[in-house]
Design a protein around this ligand. Sequence first.
Ligand code: SF4
Length: 318
Amino acid sequence: MLIRVSYGTAVAMELIKAKMLAKPTTAYLMIYHNGRCINNCAFCPQARESKADLSKLSRITWPVFELKTVLEKLKEGRFSRICLQTVDYEGLEEDVLTLLGAFYNLNLPISVSITPVDREYLEKFRELGVDYIGVGLDVASKRLYRDIKDSLYSWNEMWDFADEIIEIFGKGKAFVHLIIGLGETDKEAIETIQRAYDIGAEVSLFAFTPIKGTKLENLKPPSLIRYRKIQIGHYLIKNRIKRAEEFEFDNDGSLLSFGMNKKELMNVLSEMAVMTHGCPGCNRPYYNEKPSKEPYNFPIKPKKEYLTKVIEKIFGEA
Ligand code: SF4
């Protein structure tokens, strides 16, 4: 059996010889499928009609290895979690069960990102060591969902899936993935984040990354300052400091205020706001950005002064 391994994970496993820029704390793996996903999400290199390189997901390359080799490497104990990404195809659930069976004796917690599956599969996943499920809602706007997610699952079905995960795995165990920069307004993004926390889910934020060969290859990524605003909004909502209704927006849905002044915001914010937010043990380095650039999501804590500068810039704009 074959499996894809993220480039950074493959370097950390010494399957590829290259300089390691930031050690991934989680082993990022992707199911191997000889073909494209049955869905057709406009941003995704794996999509049905995409012409992008199949070894890509976001800007990351995922080379293929023998599962046996990867299992040997995983036994060496360098990772605190396995994160398994999937693409959608007929029979996916059974392949996931086979992989989970192969991982079982490693005694590592496992996260699986997957399109909606039946409840019985979720229950089996849990029995096989899965403790978190990623929900690829991706689009933080009901208005745009159908245009961008040409997929078998509607906006409402994705939310129903998140509810079901929480019923089976518990509160905080569904991670709703949102890509910022797909045309959603700040208001839509903030309200979607609030909805996720209201149902007991968590949110992982990603920055839109144009990939050659995808439908959205010419769309620009979000500005860093806009992304920071959404990250700060996310932090305030996640930590129950503010609710979406307390934020202020203009008529176009652009964020005007977090409902607090600069000093109040400085007092409550931590560097966590701009760091990768995912399952325990996840730092997801360079998923959306080149290592030479200022990251959208910091894999390690930035200096406190960095946050002060960001807040100064946001309030300077207002
Ligand atoms: S369902 Fe996932 S893998 Fe498939 S096209 Fe959409 S984002 Fe890509």
